[in-house]
Ligand binder design. Structure first.
Ligand code: GLU
Length: 486
């Protein structure tokens, strides 16, 4: 590539379903490479396989890219110099290139029926040879009228050698070359042909994609050769492996739709950061990056060849770090929203009281790594006591080294403190601590905490009082005393 050439990358998904995290990472790398070089990032929809197309996928892909803020400089909706960017709308362009190949003698109409091809395959199988269509190439093919598939004719059978910017030098023998279909009998081009034409027409300088395309690269290169066009740079990104590092990431280990992560309450900033690190590492200690910082440090030489391992704990850790970077107000707003939407507590009167709920923000913030952890906390009963009175079990009010009588006495003492200090949290706190220091921490703080929360695990009682308020705390302690009274 000439030094002054503008970098043009593209993300070219087929609309065959949701957008898998692996595709999101491919898109991200193509985006980063373009941004790093002040280049152009193109979105192109490869919808030439009408049978595999899933309704709604194009919208879904666009929504996913927008959520990640991977905005395209050319593509659907916004157009650009090579519009249209949806392959099914570019059929004339493929035909033009098909005719160039026919004229050059590198394409022909495939005269065989499906049955005949099946028989060739059987024959190859019997001879224990891999099936290669070119071995059955017809001598006098009919002119191409569109009713038959148009096939490529390999210009020269030779070993292919090429360079991949991640994998280095690669090569393949002649068995990798074959007469593949360029245009199907339904008039649509194959992926193998259409993407080459589009990458040429759109001036793509770097093709970023997964390793599943390495095996077909010799075929692609033979088309560039037939067209006498220099191929672009190949950037093959590593596979993403599941948590065990052995298998490719599957559904079980988080190969989800990228938008599932939005629903679970991960930040798009986290996903970008996390996906970037799946196969790339800028080096150094720093792990938390914004998209713009990543674009600065992105470097093809630092993309690894081997599989990159998915790690949910790391994702959660990273999300927490990104949550910490959010302005406090935005973070609190997110927590407030999530609480409002939770069906288990949305009926409580208190949930609507912003001042009251704001006292819980720090407690929640300390314990979550993603927004859906708030729902998990609620279902585990870890927040319910802020919104409704707890149900108490008598035995649990009593700390292990004390008697029921002693627990009751200690709570009565606290009740007295509440009554005398009903408006003053600070002195209430001081007196409770003093009392606990005198007669035993566990003996005072355990019954008090349990009386307030009804849980064996919860924030400490003084924090609970600071949220619930002294009047409410007093009622809960009085209730516990009543339960302990024979
Ligand atoms: N449409 C292909 C796919 O979704 C894209 C491959 C490429 O980037 O060339 O797998």
């Amino acid at each position: 590539m000439a030094n002054n050439e503008k970098v043009v990358t593209r993300f070219a998904p087929s609309p065959t379903g949701f957008m898998h995290v692996g595709s999101a990472r491919t898109a991200l790398y193509a985006w980063l490479l373009a941004k790093k070089n002040n280049g152009t990032f193109i979105l192109r929809i490869e919808d030439t396989d009408k049978e595999r197309e899933v309704a709604g996928s194009i919208e879904h892909i666009k929504k996913s890219l927008k959520w990640l803020s991977l905005n395209w400089d050319e593509g659907p909706d916004i157009g650009g110099p090579s519009a249209p960017y949806i392959q099914s709308e570019r059929l004339e362009i493929y035909k033009k290139y098909a005719n160039i190949l026919i004229e050059k003698g590198y394409a022909y109409a495939d005269p065989y029926t499906a049955e005949e091809i099946e028989n060739f395959k059987k024959k190859s199988e019997e001879e224990k040879k891999p099936f290669l269509y070119r071995e059955y190439r017809p001598e006098n093919p009919p002119p191409w009228d569109g009713s038959k598939p148009l096939r490529f004719k390999v210009p020269e059978l030779k070993r292919t050698e090429w360079k991949d910017l991640v994998w280095g030098e690669l090569s393949a023998g002649i068995e990798a070359l074959d007469d593949f279909v360029l245009i199907k009998s339904d008039g649509f081009p194959t992926y193998n042909f259409a993407h080459i034409v589009d990458d040429i027409e759109m001036g793509v300088t770097h093709i970023v994609r997964g390793q599943e395309f390495i095996a077909s690269t010799p075929k692609f290169l033979s088309v560039y050769e037939a067209l006498e066009i220099t191929p672009p740079n190949f950037v093959t990104v590593p596979p993403i492996m599941g948590a065990d590092g052995k298998r490719k990431l599957g559904k079980r280990d988080g190969a989800k739709d990228i938008l599932d992560y939005e629903n679970e309450g991960y930040l798009p900033e986290t996903m970008v950061n996390f996906l970037a690190f799946l196969g790339f590492n800028p080096g150094g200690e720093k792990e938390i990056y914004t998209k713009e910082e990543l674009a600065k440090v992105f470097d093809l030489n630092k993309i690894q060849k081997s599989g990159a391992q998915w790690n949910d704990d790391k994702l959660d850790w990273m999300n927490r770090e990104h949550i910490k970077l959010l302005p406090e107000e935005e973070r609190n707003e997110k927590i407030f929203d999530r609480l409002q939407k939770n069906p288990e507590i949305s009926k409580s009167e208190k949930i609507k009281d912003r001042d009251y709920v704001s006292k819980i923000y720090p407690i929640i913030f300390d314990r979550i790594s993603k927004w859906s952890d708030i729902d998990t906390m609620i279902s585990a009963g870890e927040l319910s006591y802020f919104f409704e009175k707890p149900t108490l079990e008598k035995e649990k009010i009593v700390w292990k080294t004390q008697t029921q009588e002693n627990a009751k006495e200690n709570l009565e003492k606290v009740l007295g403190i509440f009554e005398s200090e009903i408006t003053n949290y600070e002195s209430c706190k001081e007196k409770i601590i003093q009392h606990a220091t005198e007669v035993g921490k566990g003996e005072v703080l355990w019954p008090l905490r349990y009386a307030l929360s009804g849980k064996e695990k919860s924030p400490d009682p003084l924090t609970l009082i600071s949220v619930l308020g002294i009047a409410e705390s007093k009622e809960r302690v009085a209730k516990a005393i009543q339960i302990l009274t024979p």
